[in-house]
Design a protein around this ligand. Structure first.
Ligand SMILES: [Zn+2]
Length: 303
């Protein structure tokens, strides 16, 4: 299965004490190379302005692409712009577009994007929560516009709620957004009552939630909604920060939980979407857990 990435994603320099650091991506690529000796690693292209403008305002493009900082400048308490950030953000978003092209052209059924910065907190006009551009939203918009798809599901199992993805698509019935996330936790959105135009499914989980209740929530509340929507493409915001070792959150998942959920998503993609599934890395801040979970996720996708 192809993995899209780009060396430029390492040049988004968040500083020495930042959780969302280049070593995350180094760890992911090293772990994948070790686990899959024949890893089909592909160079991601840069996203174009037109692809970004499908979901983002011109003002955000200007902030990210034209600031050209000479050092690190904070956009907010968590989010940093460095000299390499614009290129990193362009290739992170472009990876998703290339992966959507690949699966929608029928070349291959599934693809993974090993990229950073992550994307799901970025709204149409605000970079926040470590995110500059909303990579998965750019990918979804590409699927709608370029391939005329009418039903795209975005599945988000990152421990944080993808407030940006939800905000971008909450009035867009062609996109279904489904998320489980810890609450309370940044950004403190994703209440169950946030339903969009019936296309948003939020399942908040209390701190301390472990495998049993997590799998139950997906099996009983989220997977049936995907099944009923019958997506033509499944997109995954794959954050692994719900792992028990993660320093930023308090859920208690194991790598096997991510593998289980991935297998379930593959079944749904096979049933409704001719197998088409594109997964993009979001969070995950304990390097060992990140390695293990990414490998488990890719093993489930590759099988
Ligand atoms: Zn996260």
């Amino acid at each position: 299965m192809p993995v899209f990435s780009h060396a430029a994603c390492l040049d988004h320099d968040t500083g020495p004490d930042h959780a969302e650091r280049p070593q995350r991506l180094v760890a992911v690529i090293e772990a994948l190379r070790a686990a899959f000796p024949d890893l089909d690693l592909r160079q991601a292209p840069a996203a174009t302005r037109g692809q970004l403008l499908r979901v983002h305002d011109e003002t955000l493009l200007q902030t990210v692409l034209e600031s050209q900082p000479t050092g690190r400048i904070p956009l907010d308490a968590d989010t940093v712009l460095s000299p390499g950030s614009a290129q990193a953000a362009l290739y992170a978003a472009g990876a998703g577009v290339a992966a959507v092209d690949l699966v929608c052209n029928g070349e291959l059924r599934r693809a993974f994007c090993a990229v950073r910065p992550p994307g799901h907190h970025a709204t149409a006009d605000i970079a926040m929560g470590f995110c500059l551009f909303n990579n998965i939203a750019v990918a979804a918009a590409h699927a709608l516009e370029r391939y005329g798809l009418m039903r795209v599901s975005i599945v988000d199992f990152d421990v944080h709620h993808g407030n940006g993805t939800q905000a971008i698509f909450e009035q867009e019935p062609r996109v279904q957004y489904l998320s489980s996330h810890q609450l309370p936790l940044f950004p403190d959105t994703g209440l169950r009552r946030e339903r969009g135009v019936g296309n948003i499914v939020n399942i908040p989980l209390a701190p301390g939630t472990g495998s049993t209740r997590f799998c139950e929530a997906w099996r009983e509340r989220i997977l049936p909604e995907i099944d009923a929507f019958a997506p033509q493409l499944v997109l995954v915001s794959a954050g692994f920060d719900a792992h028990r070792l993660d320093p930023l959150a308090q859920l208690e998942l194991e790598a096997e939980d991510f593998a289980w959920l991935t297998r379930e998503l593959v079944v749904l993609a096979d049933r409704h979407a001719e197998g088409r599934l594109v997964s993009m890395l979001e969070g995950g801040y304990d390097l060992q857990a990140l390695r293990e979970c990414t490998v488990a996720h890719l093993q489930a996708l590759a099988s």
